[in-house]
Design a protein around this ligand. Structure first.
Ligand code: UDX
Ligand code: ADP
Length: 480
């Protein structure tokens, strides 16, 4: 029986291993993590992450061939294939701070593997890592090898949160990079056989190590670039009276462009896009390619511009001040169907509003008050350094309330900001909301979820990203 161990029971490790276990009953899969609360949650009825379909998959195989444990060393020692899915945050200090990936967690996992291994291992990079990480890991392992053979593979994960289970069941492709040596090819084949249980062979791509590592960064950079492109267009649409949804639809009909990932928004978030682009930028700079680095940097700059443009629009529309006004924020997660708030645009938007002294009342169906308070108190890039969480600042707490209902959040508010595209925000009783708000009542839709015309009929002043502006908003131009 092949034994798989995955180090890191996070958003990537947990769902990926659960799907491998459910699809390969003859393989034993153990997910290990140093965080006891996380492992306890994986072993409980309330899993540590919210992901549609995940509960069913875990229930089907937990205790059968899927296990969650904190006994990291034991399971690593016993495994044939070790996936490493630990966090790779952006460095917050030292060389490359604010750009380079911090490989502390990766390196300590590699050293632990070298310490406890007594048999040959295939070590698989699952978490996104900078190009050439495999080489560094290989060095750590082989210099401490005690005669053991290690093969390093890069097998980046392309799942998106909210659709992780669907993406894992039917991946567009599985990518496996390995060394171009007989042992390397054998290791690639062994991993390929795992995926071949459910993924058609033509969808399993094999490449050299560096191509696989770079492909992951490139895929995320291209996806983020599409969003920044359409968001850049959204600003121009507002200025000219064009409608960004119509523009997206029209250009997406070109089969060379395609219709996906062209929704204008308040900005992209999530744990990958910004981090991976910063990483790419750093690698380009280190390789003497400043022009390439600057090209990709612009994708992040437009994303930051989009968030501050949104805040400016809110403030300028409301007579240039939101001081002491109640602003309801609907949605805090970085996208719908997830409770994840890493790099969510809601953090920057809320901080912007708080900076202008607004009272912010937040409702999100999946994000806890504790998480929101922590996010608003944290510095940029601190979110992925779980060992050094910042305490919540008392001043932020005073201006922020977190409630468990959209109606409660909007009661007595001057404005509503929609920051996540949760389906339920489409179905709210906006007449009831309007009746309970201060007048004039504003809706700033950062995700284009509401029917702006209907809301205008009720009496709202509505701003929708990239859509023709209300006369009111035209009279109060936002200063970008
Ligand atoms: C992304 C990649 O899609 C995935 O392949 C990779 O493995 C990890 O990073 P994820 O961050 O989970 O996945 O979500 P994704 O669906 O890509 O959305 C990222 C952000 O872009 C979200 O904030 C989302 O709201 C935003 N977005 C997405 C838009 O603003 N417009 C769009 O058209 C699509
Ligand atoms: P991702 O989104 O990439 O899955 P997460 O931050 O959700 O990232 O998960 C990474 C997990 O890896 C965390 O639960 C963390 O506790 C765990 N981890 C980090 N370093 C180690 C290590 N050396 N051994 C075991 N687990 C680790």
């Amino acid at each position: 029986m092949v034994k798989i161990c995955c180090i890191g029971a996070g958003y990537v490790g947990g769902p990926t291993m659960a799907v491998i276990a459910v699809k390969c009953p003859a393989i034993e899969v153990v997910v290990v993590d140093i965080s006891k609360p996380r492992i306890d949650a994986w072993n409980s009825d309330k899993l540590p992450i919210y992901e549609p379909g995940l509960d069913e998959v875990v229930k089907a195989c937990r205790g059968r061939n899927l296990f969650f444990s904190t006994d990291v060393e034991k399971h690593v020692a016993e495994a044939d294939i070790i996936f490493v899915s630990v966090n790779t945050p952006t460095k917050t200090r030292g060389l490359g701070a604010g750009k380079a990936a911090d490989l502390t967690y990766w390196e300590s996992a590699a050293r632990m593997i070298a310490d406890v291994s007594k048999s040959d291992k295939i070590v698989v990079e699952k978490s996104t890592v900078p190009v050439k990480t495999a080489e560094a890991i290989e060095k750590i392992l082989t210099h401490n090898s005690k005669g053991i053979n290690y093969q390093i593979l890069s097998n980046p994960e392309f799942l998106a949160e909210g659709t992780a289970i669907e993406d894992l069941f039917k991946p567009d492709r599985v990518l496996i990079g390995g060394r171009e040596t007989p042992e390397g090819r054998k290791a690639v084949q062994a991993l390929k056989e795992v995926y071949a249980h459910w993924v058609p062979e033509e969808n399993i791509i094999t490449t050299n190590l560096w191509s696989a590592e770079l492909s992951k960064l490139a895929a995320n950079a291209f996806l983020a670039q599409r969003i920044s492109s359409v968001n850049a267009m959204s600003a121009l649409c507002e200025a000219t009276g064009a409608n960004v949804s119509e523009v997206s639809y029209a250009i997406g009909k070109d089969s060379r462009i395609g219709p996906k990932f062209l929704n204008a928004s308040v900005g992209f978030g999530g744990s990958c896009f910004q981090k991976d682009i910063l990483n790419l930028v750093y690698i380009c700079e280190c390789n003497g390619l400043p022009e390439v680095a600057n090209y990709w940097k612009q994708v992040i700059k437009i994303n930051d511009y989009q968030k501050s443009r949104f805040v400016n629009r809110v403030v300028s529309s409301m007579f240039n001040t939101v001081s002491s006004k109640k602003v309801a924020v609907l949605g805090f997660a970085f996208k719908k169907d997830t409770g994840d708030t890493r790099e969510t645009p809601a953090i920057d938007v809320c901080k912007g509003l708080l900076g202008d002294k607004a009272h912010v009342s937040i409702y999100d169906p999946e994000v806890t008050e504790e998480q929101i308070q922590r996010d608003l108190a944290m510095n940029k890039f601190d979110w992925d350094h779980p060992m050094h969480l910042q305490p919540t600042s008392p001043s932020a707490i005073k201006q922020v309330s977190v409630v468990w209902d959209a109606y409660e959040a909007t009661k007595g508010a001057h404005a509503v900001c929609i920051l996540t595209e949760w389906n339920e925000f489409k179905e709210l009783d906006y007449q009831k909301i309007f009746d309970n708000m201060q007048k004039p009542a504003f809706v700033f839709d950062g995700r284009n979820v509401v029917d702006a015309e209907k809301l205008r009929e009720i009496g709202f002043i509505v701003y929708s990203i990239g859509k023709p502006l209300d006369a009111w908003l035209k009279d109060m131009p936002a200063i970008a």
